[in-house]
Design a protein around this ligand. Structure first.
Ligand code: PLP
Length: 408
């Protein structure tokens, strides 16, 4: 079938078609960077406005009665999206900081000192894991990019305290087998920590079913919480009272307002909090999480597969030979972005943005097309593939210089 006809048919029967109107969209961009920063929901904008115009000026410090537990309340709404129980999740700090806290907590509880990860992990994660391992007298072992369970298994032994992986890889879009990787880590007596930055709000995650120990993630990508909105932590119920996180602050104290001189860690998920959260950012994040929870992760994932499959077919159809799709073609093995390799990735990404197709590139040769199931359309998937093809064939990217942008 003709790609445009197929896109039209899919858009007409899309059960999520109405969800796009819940976003504040004031442009006609083909926005395919929601895996980096999601679009704002109208509810987030309303929540921030209500705080700024009403709750903050009117409630003043008394507002904290309502705000103090907002991280855990948002965690309850987020929990079903990642297969966790409601008391196992809280908003907190940022993903990088949460990774530091939870990785350190996993190390502190034994005499093992190595951390295993893979080369497809996010560089910030690698830096943090390396620092945590070094602080415990160990080192990180890096399995190949998008490692298989067997490749992970061959790096494991009795000195490994922790396996830390990003569930959907930021470069390739490949998705790990959560159950299989968790089982490998735990078979060797290590804890398993998942980074869900590219998973939460895009693909189903079953932390409980997998038996995962720990997880972190962010709310500003597929959960549309806003630039710099808070990260989240997951700590399995039985570990909450026994793990010790390294930044003991008053938000983790059993009696926060007792103002005791000694730290007495709370036995619940609160133990993994540290200091005062941004209530403006949390309110925005909650609205994004609520919309994703309302739509449901099963429906979101079905649309993600539909969009990415159509895009891969369209890329194959328009441009055989000049570039490869490096994202797995098996929809069960990928997240919600598709990565195309081309030697001119950076200038192609700039040229596409110039045409209103907002993508990004990852050095040296990858262009990422991120599909946000709640607001992207099948028509946009085909349009992006066609625009990519035109830019490549016409060499239109030659009009642009590389290396000009601070943020790629
Ligand atoms: C986006 C992303 C982060 C971001 O961490 P911040 O602390 O929010 O800057 C971390 N890990 C992964 C895998 C990411 O994709």
């Amino acid at each position: 079938m003709d790609l445009d006809v197929r896109a039209h048919t899919l858009d007409r029967s899309d059960p999520l078609a109405g969800v796009r109107s819940r976003f504040l969209i004031e442009d006609d961009l083909t926005y395919l960077d929601g895996n980096s920063l999601g679009r704002p929901t109208k509810a987030s904008v309303d929540a921030v406005r209500a705080l700024a115009e009403k709750a903050w000026p009117q409630s003043l410090v008394m507002g904290w009665d309502n705000w103090i537990d907002s991280g855990q309340q948002a965690g309850e709404t987020l929990a079903p999206l990642i297969g966790a129980q409601s008391h196992e999740v809280s908003l907190s700090d940022q993903t990088s900081i949460n990774l530091y806290k939870l990785a350190s907590a996993a190390m502190a509880s034994g005499d093992r000192s190595a951390i295993v990860t893979d080369a497809g992990n996010f560089p910030s994660d690698l830096y943090i894991l390396e620092g945590v391992a070094a602080a415990h007298g160990g080192e990180i072992r890096v399995a190949p990019e998008d490692a298989t369970p067997d490749e992970l298994d061959s790096r494991m032994d009795g000195s490994v305290a922790l396996v830390a992986l990003t569930h959907v890889a930021y470069r390739s879009g490949a998705m790990h087998d959560g159950a299989a990787m968790t089982a490998v880590a735990q078979k060797h007596g290590a804890r398993m920590l998942w980074d869900l930055a590219h998973s939460a709000g895009a693909v189903p995650v079953a932390l409980g079913e997998w038996g995962a120990d720990l997880a972190v993630g962010c709310t500003y990508k597929y959960l549309n919480g806003g630039p710099g909105s808070p990260g989240f932590v997951f700590v399995r119920e039985d570990l909450q009272p026994i793990l010790e996180q390294p930044i003991a602050g008053w938000f983790g104290h059993r009696d926060q307002f007792g103002f005791n001189q000694e730290f007495d860690p709370d036995p619940t998920i609160r133990r993994f909090l540290t200091g005062t959260p941004s209530i403006l950012a949390s309110a925005s994040a909650l609205a994004g999480i609520e919309l994703a929870a309302e739509v449901g992760i099963t429906a979101i994932h079905a649309k993600a597969i539909s969009l990415t499959s159509l895009f891969i077919d369209a890329i194959d159809a328009v441009g055989a030979g000049t570039h490869d799709v490096i994202t797995p073609r098996d929809p069960d093995r990928r997240g919600s972005h598709v990565t195309v390799r081309h030697i001119e990735a950076e200038r192609i990404s700039i040229a596409l943005r110039d045409r209103g197709v907002i993508v990004d590139h990852r050095a040296p040769d990858l262009v990422r097309f991120g599909f946000a199931p709640s607001y992207n359309t099948h028509h946009q998937a085909v349009h992006a593939a066609e625009a990519f093809h035109e830019v490549v064939i016409s060499k239109d990217y030659e009009r642009f210089g590389a290396g000009s942008r601070r943020v790629t």
